[in-house]
Design a protein around this ligand. Structure first.
Ligand SMILES: Nc1nc2c(ncn2[C@@H]2O[C@H](COP(=O)(O)OP(=O)(O)OP(=O)(O)O)[C@@H](O)[C@H]2O)c(=O)[nH]1
Ligand SMILES: [Mg+2]
Length: 232
């Protein structure tokens, strides 16, 4: 299907905050109740419409576990948007936001739009982080903010779509120059709205993942992502 723009997103945040569930709810309108730990990265895509234009969102869901940190860093490249997720029922995931933000700022385009997400808003009785705290953190660091529930789907569409609206506005204002694309060695283009996975991801994985079983699963994940990407 033809589209006017391709926006690359990256989803980041501590393990177990609900990154994969947010993606699944957005792409498949389903909820996965069991924590299926992400190995390396997973990939999803969906078409949306903004201002009458078809926009393809290409979404990279990263592993929150510390041992995958160096591989997930390589996925910031070319990202126009990031969803930085914490779990409103686990204060530690909120406390780690500064580290995630430092990582994001260091490895991404300075114009990348960052949406802060306080997920699991359906678990009000177990809440450890007030909505006002999320809002204050976002204000202080220049992020957009929403509370979501990947379980009930509350605000999930809005989170992905509002991020795209912000990117779209930046393109209109000329902040993101999508015509000024860098050509890669293989002739493919790289810009805020285009991306590639690289062999670097695989070599980063090799040094990171010592466990053989995990390593094999990771390689399959990267290869699957590459195939899907090539098909986009
Ligand atoms: N009640 C509730 N549970 C959720 C929500 N989102 C995710 N969960 C649960 O939280 C657990 C972790 O969700 P995942 O999406 O796998 O977490 P993740 O952030 O992808 O974790 P990693 O892949 O390890 O980085 C699962 O058991 C989900 O069912 C939510 O909005 N509400
Ligand atoms: Mg996951």
């Amino acid at each position: 299907m033809a589209y006017a723009y391709l926006f690359k997103y990256i989803i980041i945040g501590d393990t177990g905050v609900g990154k994969s569930c947010l993606l699944l709810q957005f792409t498949d309108k389903r909820f996965q109740p069991v924590h299926d730990l992400t190995i390396g990265v997973e990939f999803g895509a969906r078409m949306i419409t903004i201002d009458g234009k078809q926009i393809k969102l290409q979404i990279w869901d990263t592993a929150g576990q510390e041992s995958f940190r160096s591989i997930t860093r390589s996925y910031y490249r070319g990202a126009a948007g990031a969803l930085l997720v914490y779990d409103i029922t686990r204060r530690d995931t909120f406390n780690h936001l500064t580290t995630w933000l430092e990582d994001a700022r260091q490895h991404s385009n300075s114009n990348m739009v960052i949406m802060l997400i306080g997920n699991k808003s359906d678990l009000e009785s177990r809440r450890e982080v007030k909505k006002e705290e999320g809002e204050a953190f976002a204000r202080e660091h220049g992020l957009i903010f929403m509370e979501t529930s990947a379980k009930t789907a509350s605000n999930v569409e809005e989170a992905f779509i509002n991020t795209a609206k912000e990117i779209y506005e930046k393109i209109q204002e000329g902040v993101f120059d999508i015509n000024n694309e860098k050509r890669l060695k293989n002739g493919r283009k790289l810009s805020c709205c285009y991306t590639t996975t690289t062999d670097a991801s695989i070599s980063a994985l090799r040094t990171q993942v010592k466990d053989r079983g995990l390593w094999r699963r990771s390689i399959y994940a990267v290869a699957r992502n590459q195939r899907q990407l090539n098909g986009t």
